[in-house]
Design a protein around this ligand. Sequence first.
Ligand SMILES: Cc1ncc(COP(=O)(O)O)c(C=O)c1O
Length: 382
Amino acid sequence: MTTAPIHVPAPDAGALLASYLEAFSEDRGYLNFARFGPPSRAVVDTSARLMETAMAGEVGVGKALDVQTLRAREAFARVSGFPLDRVALVPNTSLGLFQAAFGLESGSVLISSGEFPANLYPWLRNNRIGRAGVHVMGGPGVHVTPDLVAGAMSAETVAVAVSAVDFRTGFRADLAGIRDVIGSDRLLAVDGIQAFGAVDVDWSPADVLVTGGQKWVRAGWGAGGMAFSDAGLERIQPVLGGWTGVVDEHVHDGTEHETRPDATRFSISALSPFAAGAFASALELIESASVARIEARIASGVDALIGCLDEAGVGVLSPRERADRGGIVVARVPGGRAAQAHAALEAEGISATLHGEDRIRLSVHATTSHEMFPVAALFCGR
Ligand SMILES: Cc1ncc(COP(=O)(O)O)c(C=O)c1O
């Protein structure tokens, strides 16, 4: 007798996205994901459950908590597209960027002075202590394009550091194009925090990618990821690697152990298991919907918000083309009245970031309701 195979229908794309969307409950006026992304119920539950496990303090609790690190690394490897042995966890983006910067001994690193300071100080500090130098290109508001990089490069340049999406302009860098112009002899260091989890970027041009979990990944603070190409792992020295970055880290015999062969050689100490578990839950939720579907929804939200700003006669300073942007929309506030407009937005229940005297940064995620867009546009224009 032959039995008919049991057909289990795969959940359709709409259902997968719907259950992703249902996991969140931020206020309808929350337009500030570039500042931080309110986490999902799954993240909150994971953190609470792990805290309770720690609180109970039963035999084996250490191991039960430690597994979160591997779970988070595995999820970060899958979402970033890098193999597991090429990824490590970091407590925040800055520390990963310090790891990348301090790993370069000589030559010069090309970077825009318009980068968020988290992606400036590590390179500047490394220069200060007499290791790789810094060569500045562009400036605040100048897009880091392959042409800009090509024009600024010199024989000294050993690496280029750039944000995948710029925190100020919302401009999405052409990582493949930059890779093309710098060739394979130079390293490409990418601060991914304004894109990771929300923009379907091919991260493979990066030799070192660093991201934190608190913004578009919506994991809360305390964990992020770092990923390396073969060249990145070979040429960036783990000068800040600590006791958890060496072989036999649990053998405390008073000798200096060899650094690990994989990306975990950059580990300084054990990461918080609460943060690692939260990061893993957030990444698994992203995977369940797919970054591409999340990006598509963000893109239509951004289109709608730009439409409202246009209708209200408010200047849009961020890119309009989908290929050049992520979830950030920058409104120009006339007459240097950005602080007043920002206060008015808050009074209307809208969260956004004030950038100087004439700009307000709004940012949209897949879960963002379009309901408050006309109100946001109206108050940015006043
Ligand atoms: C481009 C960029 N890099 C890094 C950070 C933050 O770095 P960290 O995770 O160290 O707080 C931010 C945001 O605040 C950012 O916009």
